[in-house]
Write a protein that binds this ligand. Structure first.
Ligand code: GDP
Length: 290
């Protein structure tokens, strides 16, 4: 250690150490775990923060906060957060367990694409397992002012998807958003079904831009990471839609998913209304989290 480093260290130790001590870092780590970032991500963030605070001789609370913001933002920046809808049609497969807000998010996304991006959107009701799923999607298609292709309960999801893609090609649709069943308790069935849907998309629209969005409930906590792992294995993921961020849940699990699986959040759900879906902004999210 050269003389300058020694002076810096002595100065740093004497002034700062009293304020930003082990207790501070421990309680910060605990808070990050409480916000669902997960133990290893929280520990890593705090370790990095210690290094930055030391290296840059940060000596005020705002400086520490900003350093933490930068660290978390960097963890979240793992890929393009916009949807690739560069072909006509593009296909957005939406997956997730029941109750997370899948249908609601599809409705909001369809509305957003139609009104803000002037896209012609078609919803595909490929969750034929529950009659209610198709009915609910139909209500959302009417609210959003977009088209819908559906069949009756128990119909082959692959056939509904096939019809949707044919309709999209014939009508000059910009984006087909596909609702799928979310029965994780039977992983083998789900895997076979999603693999079949993917095959149909690849066969019928080989050159289409494709997105696979996992819808996650911000209140899910650590289980969200497990869901993301399973769905990524089954279907591959290009992004996350994090719902119910309007409640008390911070949804910190998305930091763990970004860090551990490299999948970015693309949209956040901030309520039950049709306008309550926003593109993800890491800076704003981290600000709210901290
Ligand atoms: P699905 O089973 O995954 O299709 O879930 P739904 O779309 O039916 O949503 C389940 C419940 O969550 C419904 O009561 C929705 O209104 C509600 N919901 C969905 N997204 C949000 C959100 O961003 N915020 C809030 N507060 N509620 C939401």
């Amino acid at each position: 250690m050269n003389i300058f480093s020694r002076i810096k260290k002595a100065w740093y130790d004497s002034i700062i150490w009293e304020m930003i001590d082990d207790e501070f870092y421990d309680s910060l780590e605990e808070s990050l775990i409480m916000a669902d970032l997960g133990a290893s991500v929280a520990a890593d963030a705090v370790k990095k923060l210690r290094e930055v605070v030391y290296d840059q001789a940060i000596q005020n609370g705002e400086g520490v906060k900003q350093a933490l913001r930068d660290i978390l933002e960097e963890k979240l920046n793992v890929g393009d957060t916009s949807l690739d809808l560069s072909t006509k049609p593009s296909v957005v497969l939406v997956i997730g367990v029941n109750g997370v807000g899948k249908t609601t998010s599809i409705g909001k996304l369809a509305y957003r694409l139609r009104t803000k991006e002037k896209k012609r959107v078609l919803l595909c009701a490929a969750d034929t397992f529950r009659a209610a799923a198709g009915d609910q999607l139909e209500i959302w298609s009417e609210r959003a002012g977009v088209e819908l292709v559906r069949s009756k309960e128990g119909a082959d999801p692959g056939a509904v998807l096939f019809d949707s893609l044919q309709a999209a090609k014939a009508r000059g649709t910009d984006a087909v958003i596909v609702d799928t069943a979310g029965r994780l308790h039977n992983k083998a069935n789900l895997m076979a079904e999603l693999a079949k849907l993917r095959k149909i998309i690849d066969r019928e629209t080989p050159d289409a831009a494709k997105e696979t969005l996992l819808v996650l409930d911000a209140t899910t906590g650590q289980n969200g990471l497990q869901q993301a792992k399973v769905f990524r294995e089954i279907a591959g993921l290009t992004g996350i839609v994090l719902t119910k961020l309007d409640g008390t849940a911070k949804g910190g699990i998305c930091v763990a998913i970004a860090q551990e699986l490299g999948v970015p959040v693309k949209y956040v759900g901030l309520g039950e209304g049709i306008d309550d879906l926003q593109p993800f902004n890491a800076k704003e999210y981290v600000n709210a989290l901290i």
